[in-house]
Each structure stands twice: as C-alpha cells, then as structure tokens.
Design a protein around this ligand. Structure first.
Ligand SMILES: Cc1cc2nc3c(=O)[nH]c(=O)nc-3n(C[C@H](O)[C@H](O)[C@H](O)COP(=O)(O)OP(=O)(O)OC[C@H]3O[C@@H](n4cnc5c(N)ncnc54)[C@H](O)[C@@H]3O)c2cc1C
Length: 304
C-alpha cells in the first residue's frame, strides 16, 4: 500500500514525486518508457522560458531535474506496462500480474503527437520521416521535403527546413494557417516554401526510403504525386487518457478536467501537466501543477 501512485514520469510526474517525497509521502512512480522525461526527449530547441535556468534542449533540462531527484527516496519503475486502473478503488494492475494499491493517484500521462493515419507513415519511420526540423535538418539538407500542418510547430519547422532544403511543401487541410503572424509573415518572404491549403496528404510512398507523397487538393479533385525525400508531420497532440477515460470527467478532446487543486471528478484522483492542460501546456505549468497536487494530497492525508 502506497500513499500515492503517480502514472507518468515527465516534468509533471517527476515534480509531483519530488514534492511528495519532500512532504514525507510514500510514493511510487510508474513510467511506461525506458527513461523518464516524457516530451523533454523530443525537445531539441533551447529552453529559455523556464524561470531560473536555461538549457540547450530537453535532454539538458532533464539532466538538471535528475540531479535534483538523486537524493529523493520515492520508488520509480520504468518500462512498466499498466493493463488497467480502477480509479475509485485506487488499484493499478500491471502486465506482470502485480496489483498495486494506494490512497491517492496522480495522472501525469501527458500527450503524444497526433498521427495522420495514412499509408506509409509508420513504415517509413526512420526512413525519411523527419522528427524535428531543429534536429534533423542537416540530414535533409539539399533535399526536397514536405511538412504537414498549419499551426506554429508546422510553420516553424517548415521555415527551419527551408534554410537548407531547395523546396519545402507545406500541406494544410484548413483554409488559413493557424500559426502566429511572426511565422506566417516570414513564410511569405521565403520563396522556396509552397503552401497548399485545403489540401490533405493521403499517402507516403517509396521503396526503402520516402520518395514521394500523394496530395489531394480540395475534396473531389484527383490526388497528385510530389517527389520528396522527407516528410514532417505536425498536426497537434492527443492526450494519453486511454487507460481511464471512461472513469472520470474529460473534455470533448479527452483532456482530464481538474479544479484549481488538480482534483479530478474522482475523489483522491488528481491530474497534472499536459493531460489536464489543453490551453497552455508548458514545462512550468506541468511542474507547478505537480507541486499543487502533492501539497493537496499531503494536506488531505494529514487530516484523515
Ligand atoms: C518539440 C517540443 C518543444 C517544446 N518546447 C517547450 C518549451 O520551449 N518550453 C516549455 O515550457 N514547454 C515546451 N514544450 C512542452 C513541454 O515539453 C510539455 O508541456 C511538458 O513535457 C509536459 O509535461 P508532462 O509531464 O505533463 O507530460 P509529458 O512530458 O508528455 O510526460 C508524460 C509521461 O507519461 C508517460 N506515460 C504516458 N502514458 C503512460 C502510461 N499508460 N503508463 C505509464 N506512463 C505513461 C509518458 O511515457 C511520459 O513519460 C515542448 C514540447 C515539444 C514536443
């Protein structure tokens, strides 16, 4: 029996665990990945917006987090496959057959990139699918590429790739790009970028590596093929709520609804970080929400 089980070890889960430890709670963190850190592993840009410290990228920030967590005494299990969670009973079942019990649960499972769901997307992973403009652009220098999406992340990546690629084709299904004016203005003056709005990428093709994409411009028109060597998809994120979505209140997109104390609709079940923050997800808000959840849990347990 633990005081607290935290599901997910990104910035929110780690901060919750750090605070729970400070407050003397018996804490177990369950992480499905090999390593802790969550989205910090996909963050290749400099982090200049975390008050008090700067880092060259997510990996460096994670090193700093890890140094602070070195002396903490909470239990952390990585590569943990949770098969079911009974939120009301606070019972977590693992693929190993183990059943874990706690007084409180904190959901900190974050978000994952939304997939397009088109043929070729999974098959060409590592063979022409670009994960990040910052990280991969030298790999794709001198090659024609395609970017899918119309928000900040898509346009920013298109601009980064345009610095080294002869052509960048940006495909967006909406009528207008959603990216901030600073990016769209820059886009207009970047001549090697072609923008197709009201268009969808329907297929990624090639042999051993991406060689072309199929694009459908407007409903009803015949798709056409475009030769490219790289494809980057940035069409938003989805909350990781699969395990418990039916058991608590979520919004229409599946994000967990919480109050100002990070409480969910189930007593003694809390949520922190991106999983409960569709509006302004950041590392600061994730670590802050984790601190709030831990403090509220500690005060509830002290009055039991
Ligand atoms: C490219 C990029 C750039 C960014 N730049 C910035 C920036 O400059 N500044 C900033 O403040 N923020 C930035 N962010 C956002 C920031 O990374 C997130 O807001 C932050 O990581 C959220 O932390 P989290 O712990 O809520 O979720 P996550 O980081 O998503 O961590 C969730 C963890 O839960 C685990 N998990 C999920 N499901 C399960 C399960 N069923 N069982 C066990 N574990 C599970 C995951 O494996 C993961 O480790 C950026 C994000 C990206 C992708």
């Amino acid at each position: 029996m633990h005081d607290v089980i935290i599901i997910g070890a990104g910035p929110a889960g780690l901060s919750t665990a750090f605070w729970c430890d400070e407050l003397g709670l018996d804490t177990l963190v369950l992480e499905q990945a090999e390593e802790v850190g969550g989205q910090l592993h996909r963050l290749y840009n400099p982090i200049n917006n975390y008050l008090g410290l700067k880092a060259r990228n997510g990996a460096e920030l994670l090193e700093r987090f890890a140094a602070d967590l070195d002396s903490a005494e909470f239990d952390l299990w990585t590569q943990t496959n949770i098969t079911s969670v009974d939120l009301k009973a606070k019972r977590v079942s693992l693929a190993s057959g183990e059943k874990l019990q706690s007084i409180a649960i904190v959901i900190a499972t974050g978000v994952r990139p939304r997939e397009l769901g088109v043929p070729g997307e999974k098959e060409f992973s590592g063979k022409g699918m670009i994960e990040s403009g910052t990280r991969d652009r030298e790999l794709f220098a001198g090659q024609d590429v395609c970017v899918v999406g119309g928000g900040d992340a898509a346009v920013e990546n298109a601009l980064l790739l345009a610095e080294v690629c002869p052509t960048v084709t940006l495909v967006h299904r909406g009528k207008k790009l959603r990216a901030r004016p600073e990016f769209t203005q820059q886009l207009q003056s970047t001549h090697c970028i072609t923008v197709f709005t009201e268009s969808v990428l329907t297929r990624i093709m090639g042999d051993d590596h991406v060689e072309a994409v199929e694009i459908q411009r407007k409903q009803g028109l015949k798709p056409f093929q475009l030769a490219v060597r790289g494809v980057l998809i940035r069409i938003g994120v989805e909350p990781n709520t699969g395990l418990f979505r039916e058991q608590l209140e979520t919004d229409e997109r599946g994000y967990v609804v919480v109050n100002s104390q990070q409480e969910t609709s189930v007593p003694m079940v809390f949520a922190a970080g991106d999983i409960s923050n569709p509006v302004a997800p950041t590392i600061s808000s994730a670590t802050g929400a984790g601190a709030t959840a831990a403090k509220v849990i500690a005060s509830r347990l002290s009055t039991k």
